[in-house]
Design a protein around this ligand. Structure first.
Ligand SMILES: Cc1cc2nc3c(=O)[nH]c(=O)nc-3n(C[C@H](O)[C@H](O)[C@H](O)COP(=O)(O)O)c2cc1C
Length: 182
């Protein structure tokens, strides 16, 4: 069976962000879990213009859309900013449309309340983009899963829940691939 391509999207572009540590942790669990291609997609690498300020045909925008097109599903690494997702992630979501449609996604969030409020905002946005967000949703506490809010030291119990989320993403990604082909 053809391997699925799963993009692990870092939602923060902030200098000094912790999202890179969380993304690498998810990727490591994923690679030990099931045979699929897992790739970290760093929004910062694309330096996307603010949506609507250009033609939409800029090389950076095309590169972002091309990368999304090659993916079957996603894990969003979501950090809570003012009870929502980052502006950078919202802009990256707005900067594509068909490239998101009929794909599956899971959310790993963090913040003072596990990033729950940001994750719920994201679910609404994903619904509008026809991205099916799975139920399992690991929530990391900025107080107990990070040291001084900087060094990521997750509790072990999160690992099984990340694996459960990945199972759900892979199963829905496989199913939705057939929808995209029809
Ligand atoms: C502008 C800003 C707003 C924030 N607002 C919230 C918030 O509403 N709720 C929360 O739990 N944490 C909030 N935080 C804390 C972030 O969740 C925390 O700094 C996290 O590490 C940010 O992720 P990053 O390091 O990957 O950028 C905020 C941080 C920033 C910079």
């Amino acid at each position: 069976m053809e391997k699925l391509n799963i993009g692990i999207i870092l939602g923060s572009t902030r200098q000094g962000r912790v999202s890179t540590q969380v993304g690498k942790w998810v990727k490591k669990i994923a690679q030990q879990h099931e045979d699929a291609n897992y790739e970290i997609l760093d929004i910062a690498d694309y330096n996307l213009p603010f949506f609507g300020t250009g033609t939409g045909k800029e090389q950076k925008v095309i590169a972002w859309k091309t990368k999304l097109s090659s993916m079957d599903g996603f894990v969003f690494i979501v950090q809570e900013y003012n009870h929502s997702i980052t502006g950078a992630l919202k802009n990256a979501l707005d900067s594509a449309y068909e490239e998101w449609n009929n794909k599956a996604a899971g959310i790993v969030s963090y913040g003072s309340t596990g990033g729950a409020r940001a994750a719920e905002h994201l679910r609404g946005i994903l619904g509008e983009l026809s991205v099916a967000a799975v139920r399992a949703h690991p929530t990391l506490s900025i107080f107990t899963d990070f040291t001084k809010s900087k060094v990521f030291q997750p509790a072990d119990f999160h690992i099984d829940y990340v694996a459960e989320m990945l199972d759900q993403i892979l199963s829905w990604s496989r199913a939705l691939k057939t929808v995209r082909k029809s």
